[in-house]
Design a protein around this ligand. Structure first.
Ligand SMILES: [Zn+2]
Length: 455
């Protein structure tokens, strides 16, 4: 039925009114910002000059050979900070026999010539960690009063991301060696929950940059190949003792630590292990509770923990029963609902053997049904040892892998899987590393990492 047009109001609606000026206080704040920015720059430059003066005339020693190095030249170097551009006269030293070169003042200050450095670099990387680059550039203007292109943001994120990714990789390698030193484990908890989730991720196909010769039209780009997918995995560590019920039926954890990598099963377990060592969470009596969706690679790696408890995610276990019920009783039927509900109740009560026995008594009427049943029974039989849900609930271990699934979405989907996004492997690896710092509440670590120059 066509909609009746609404009768026109007698008086037309008035245009909403905007104030002529911003509130007075807002103007005052802006005035002060504009007035003091040059003064901040001058003060900062003064402090840089003082550091340069103390460093002046100190001849560095060549690290490879221990000989004093020779001053090659001294040049004016500038870099960018939030309040503006800073300068310093920087000497370059060289060791003639070793060809080793350095600029000690830049190393001391931790800045890169011609680049955004210091606090501004870290704040821009933070914006890139939460928002796509063009949006991050807009936020940089609104929040920091800094004009920068999306590409400029991208560059900063790459350099800090590379530093972070190298640190995380290095930590994994360090703890993979049995001689590594972890945090003390005297106060290790009695149980730690470990979960892993993954998804596949389409990666950009590396292609050669095409150069246009004068006026020539380039042929259209070839279609992007499908199938170049890599797995991205996320792992979560949490303490069951820190689970709290925020509202009836809603649980959340006080702390959780996330690890992530573009890589195989061994890589993610190496990350998890390194993080456990850093936290000091696995002591002689700690039970490592591993929650998995039934994927073999998780159980195969779980054996690295001597004291462990393997749990098949309750919802995955139920999903299989659900599929069978749909086939047997029809999709969306009340009978299917009831049947699955009963199975769920029995499984939760730890009666997996009863459930298996009941399934074995079912006489399937169609080949399809028989096939489904013949998959379900071994799935439960093989995993029965991981389905003692009554016990896990009693011990407070939990029975589901929702924590890891939501973590994976937060790490990956929320930033990386937006419309039209394509990632290079290096770009994804670097930004994932930064995102982990943020989500693990460890952003301050960036203060202790040197940016990596990427030529
Ligand atoms: Zn030397």
């Amino acid at each position: 039925m066509p909609q009746q047009p609404r009768p026109e109001p007698e008086v037309p609606p008035a245009r909403p009114v905007l104030a002529d000026d911003p509130p007075r206080f807002l103007s005052l704040e802006r005035e002060v910002e504009i007035e003091y920015r040059p003064q901040m720059l001058a003060a900062l430059q003064g402090k840089v000059d003082a550091v340069a003066a103390t460093a002046h005339g100190m001849t560095p020693v060549c690290p490879p050979c221990g000989q004093p190095m020779r001053c090659q030249d001294t040049r004016d170097v500038s870099w960018l900070a939030r309040c503006g551009c800073l300068h310093a006269a920087v000497s370059r030293y060289r060791c003639p026999p070793c060809h080793y070169e350095c600029r000690p003042l830049l190393d001391l200050l931790g800045v890169e010539p011609g680049r955004i450095s210091g606090a501004l670099a870290r704040l821009l990387a933070l914006l890139a960690t939460v928002a796509p680059y063009p949006l991050a550039a807009r936020l940089a203007w609104l929040l920091l009063g800094v004009t920068i292109s999306p590409m400029g943001i991208w560059r900063v994120a790459q350099r800090l991301g590379e530093a972070t990714a190298r640190y995380q990789d290095g930590l994994s390698r360090y703890h993979a060696d049995r001689r590594s030193v972890g945090a003390p484990t005297q106060a290790a908890p009695s149980a730690v929950v470990l979960g892993v989730d993954g998804c596949s991720w389409g990666m950009q196909v590396p292609s050669k940059r095409r150069h246009r010769k004068s006026g020539e039209t380039l042929p259209p780009l070839p279609p992007v190949e499908e199938g170049r997918f890599r797995e991205v995995k996320t792992g979560v560590l949490l303490l069951p003792s820190e689970r709290v019920e925020t509202s009836p039926g809603r649980r959340s954890v006080v702390r959780r630590f996330l690890v992530t990598c573009l890589g195989d099963a061994d890589a993610i377990f190496a990350r998890l292990y390194a993080q456990l060592r850093e936290l000091g969470w696995v002591g002689a009596h700690t039970v490592v509770v591993i929650v998995g969706d039934g994927a073999e690679w998780i159980w195969n790696r779980a054996t690295m923990f001597a004291r462990r408890c393997e749990i098949l995610d309750f919802w995955h276990a139920l999903e299989h029963a659900w599929e069978f019920a749909q086939l047997r009783y029809g999709e969306g039927s009340a009978q299917a609902d009831r049947w699955v509900h009963e199975i769920a109740e029995d499984l939760r009560a730890g009666k997996v053997q009863d459930v298996i026995a009941r399934l074995k008594r079912v006489r399937p009427k169609t080949p399809e049904l028989r096939e489904s049943l013949q998959a379900l029974i071994p799935y439960y039989s093989e995993n029965a040892g991981r389905m003692r849900y009554d016990e896990y609930l009693r011990l407070g271990y939990g029975i589901g892998s929702c924590a890891v699934e939501s973590a994976h979405k937060q790490v990956v989907h929320a930033r990386f899987r937006q419309a039209g996004m394509r990632w290079s492997e290096a770009g994804a690896r670097r930004l994932l590393a930064l995102r982990l710092l943020l989500l693990n509440d460890n952003w301050a670590l960036l203060d202790r990492l040197r940016m990596v120059s990427l030529a």
